[in-house]
Write a protein that binds this ligand. Structure first.
Ligand SMILES: Cc1cc2nc3c(=O)[nH]c(=O)nc-3n(C[C@H](O)[C@H](O)[C@H](O)COP(=O)(O)O)c2cc1C
Length: 158
């Protein structure tokens, strides 16, 4: 299963393409309290720094999955609150947790991949692949679906 959180919908594109490639279900973690504007941005950053969770409408049933992909944007260098909510509640025993992150900064990517992996490992997860993609927030033209598919396929082969 592919589980994702996406605020401005960059990660969603990757998650959906990934689910298509893997022929897996894509499950969205939706915050009960929707964020918007500058206040949403600032509170999101602050909550992430404080390692806070934010409530999501529903959690996926991963009991039958041996392997999952968790897809998320990087917020202030780490895992956003909605993903932390899932992480703190999921039963990951016996599962491999692969990660897919999107972030704005290419130069910080390696550090972000390590941060995200560490956050999951610290929660007791066995992690697998950690895929990273650069998606600036203000980019006008979203990456084309074919490009995303190509990037993902290349990464999954590594
Ligand atoms: C609250 C907030 C904090 C962010 N912090 C970072 C950051 O520390 N480093 C970075 O490279 N990008 C940062 N970004 C940019 C996002 O990680 C990036 O644009 C991502 O692709 C957004 O994914 P989404 O559209 O699925 O929400 C931040 C975005 C938000 C909203």
């Amino acid at each position: 299963m592919v589980i994702y959180y996406s605020y401005s919908k960059n990660t969603e594109k990757y998650a959906k393409e990934l689910a298509g490639i893997l022929q897996a279900e894509a499950f969205e973690l939706k915050e009960t309290k929707r964020r918007s504007g500058v206040a949403g941005f600032l509170s999101g950053g602050f909550q992430t720094l404080m390692k806070k969770e934010s409530l999501v409408e529903a959690l996926p049933d991963i009991s039958a999955c041996k392997e999952i992909y968790v897809c998320m944007p990087i917020w202030v260098g780490n895992v956003p609150p909605a993903v932390r909510y899932f992480l703190n509640r999921g039963d990951f025993a016996g599962k491999t947790v692969n990660l897919l992150i999107t972030c704005g900064s290419a130069t910080e990517m390696e550090g972000y991949r390590q941060n995200a992996e560490k956050t999951f490992k610290d929660a007791g997860c066995v992690t697998g692949a950690v895929l990273g993609f650069v998606c600036p927030m203000k980019k006008k033209e979203a990456a084309a679906s074919e490009d995303i598919k190509e990037q993902l396929s290349a990464m999954l082969q590594k």
